[in-house]
Design a protein around this ligand. Sequence first.
Ligand code: ADP
Ligand code: MG
Length: 290
Amino acid sequence: AAPLVIAISTAISAKKGLLIRNRASFEGARKLDAIVFDKTGTLTEGKFGITDIIVNEGYEENELLMLAGSLEAQSQHPIAKGIVDGAQERNISLSEPETFESLTGKGLHGVIAGKDIMIVSPGYMKENNIEYPHEEYKKLSNQGKTVVFVLVDNQLGGMIALADKVRESAGRAIEKLKKMNIKSIMLTGDNRQVAEWVGKQLNIDEIYAEVLPHEKSDKIKEIKSKGLRVAMTGDGVNDAPALANADLGIAIGAGTDVAMETADVILVKSNPEDVVSIIELSRATYRKMI
Ligand code: ADP
Ligand code: MG
């Protein structure tokens, strides 16, 4: 009877938009102890809009947006889309960078109109001891806004704050997991204040912020080494190593190709509550096969 049960569960899962790529990992889903979630694009919608632009002396908002937008036009990151959309709304024409490189988990670097431009995280600013207005920055990040810094020839040109929306379905997913005695954990490259602002709304159990991409998979290994069976849920290129190392890798359907190619299960509807559906379906499918 077992193969028939599995065939039925495959049909059910496909209908619900749960794409199972790895049977063995799906079978193990019924025994999970903890679910790790990426923040941006997973617990949140990953749709950023610019809320504030704070320019340093000697710069104008539109000039800063032109430089930032031109660089971000080369990136796939949700922050990038937010900044490019913001520039377009103001009818700012963007230019092609002369050089471009992505600083994984930290930002972007390139040359635009002969100027050396970087758009970086607060972590990068701290690591490199670059001055910035701390009070202003704190005020924005305590409102849950993601702040990026625009550097022009290694000097601060200004800060751009962006807001994302928490997925309501993420709150429901975490509530259901709590009832099942499964721990929920956030793992994000974004700064601590933003992570805590999101975590509080979702009532999530644990938060790890300012985590670099390679540290995401280290964290998964660390959780596993405590004897916990863990799933990782993410959407980004930076989540792929963690997806590969988890007992169950779950990709958000609206995410990047790399995440989907690495994952054991894809949530076609991009709904975090479907993590719970997978566990329930795994339990129902394999209940009789212990
Ligand atoms: P998350 O784990 O939330 O998906 P990432 O690891 O992708 O975050 O990014 C971490 C941080 O690096 C961002 O919060 C941002 O500060 C910076 N960053 C990454 N990519 C970009 C980009 N294209 N433009 C500006 N900043 C970026
Ligand atoms: Mg993400």
